[in-house]
Design a binder for this molecule. Sequence first.
Ligand code: GLU
Length: 437
Amino acid sequence: MTIETITPHGTPTTGSSAQPDMSREFNPWLAAEVRFDRAAELLGLDDGLRKLLKTPGMEVTVNIPVMMDDGRLEVFTGYRVQHSIARGPAKGGIRFSPDVTLDEVRALASWMTWKCSVVNIPFGGGKGGVICDPSILSRNEVERITRRYTAELIDVIGPERDVPAPDMNTNEQTMAWIMDTYSMHKRTTVTAVVTGKPLNLGGSKGRPEATGRGCLFVTLQALRRFHIDPSEARVVVQGFGNVGGLGAKLMRKAGMKVISIIEWDGALYNEHGLDIEALMAHRQKTGSINGFEGGEAIDRHEAMFLDCDVLVPAAKENVVHSQNAAKIKAKIMTEGANGPTTAVADKILAEKGVFVIPDILANAGGVTVSYFEWVQDRQGYFWNEQLVNGRLEEIMVNSFKDVVEYAERHHVDNRTAAYMLALDRVAFAIKLRGIYA
Ligand code: GLU
């Protein structure tokens, strides 16, 4: 797979009628393949190993019957993909969304393999998803979906096999239900079967903020390279949820000026930096960032192209693509979301000289603290927050250095370097283990 084969068809135009077809460029599995192929080529991996590393080890589809509140019987489709268990149990979140596809779950599972490998934690990669729209489901319906999905996967997941975590539209409560269902089947409480649990059910201190905190640590490293003092850094954050919101809060705490927050229903600007905690309180009260007095409302489609030092896309996939990447003015891009940049846009950003901290490194703080949670559950001994954050910082800073030095040594961009480093580690593990026949 090459970038050319996934370039959108049609000519980009400014009019609304002849929009190019972006479906191939936006297909996450094709995007994952392009990045994989580039890294595999540069590493000179042989064909057999390439085939093995590319193909998910296990894909499970479950069609789950669920009794709805109104007495109707509904059937939901769910997936769990284990991309690789070469370096340890599969690890990765479960998302609930009407748009979930097997291709998406496959791509996300492979990203988890590379992510865990980049930060060198002893996990493989997995991902799960259920096609459902939690915004139109009651809490009881979501609980029944979660429990039945877990029951169907009872022999697939497990602390030594495959350890789920929260992802889009799933949270601590979802993890508590999964842990309880699994434990009921096993007739013993197994906290280490999932991470991202509530604190009093074997969760870890620092887990909720871990992804945002990880983004902060790598961004600070990148700023140092640009000789930009954090207090001078102007940051634009897209997304105000677990990653973007908590990340923005921590960045402000570290002295940076978060000049813009972009959400799905609006964007705010303040050249002196937004008061993130006040904005969180406002959103909590009104349900939206709109109407906040401490910032000016700006066009949410244009905010990503503001003149700034750091752009943090922390909302969803494919927001930086062939049609808009050239407009990005940020010096540094910290990918808080999974897959916010398309493979075609990679090339444009590289030509512009944007310093991209790729998703598999930038947002790895979440899974790193998930690893700490899994370790603590298995030890039955819990760490204080300082220890969690200190160990997270050490891993993120070292991984950042590994990737950036690798990129410099091999004259490749940061994303390619991260993939090369990750693939190489997984390939080495496979070579050491050998193929069981
Ligand atoms: N869903 C998060 C991610 O994409 C966390 C996964 C985990 O903690 O296992 O990295």
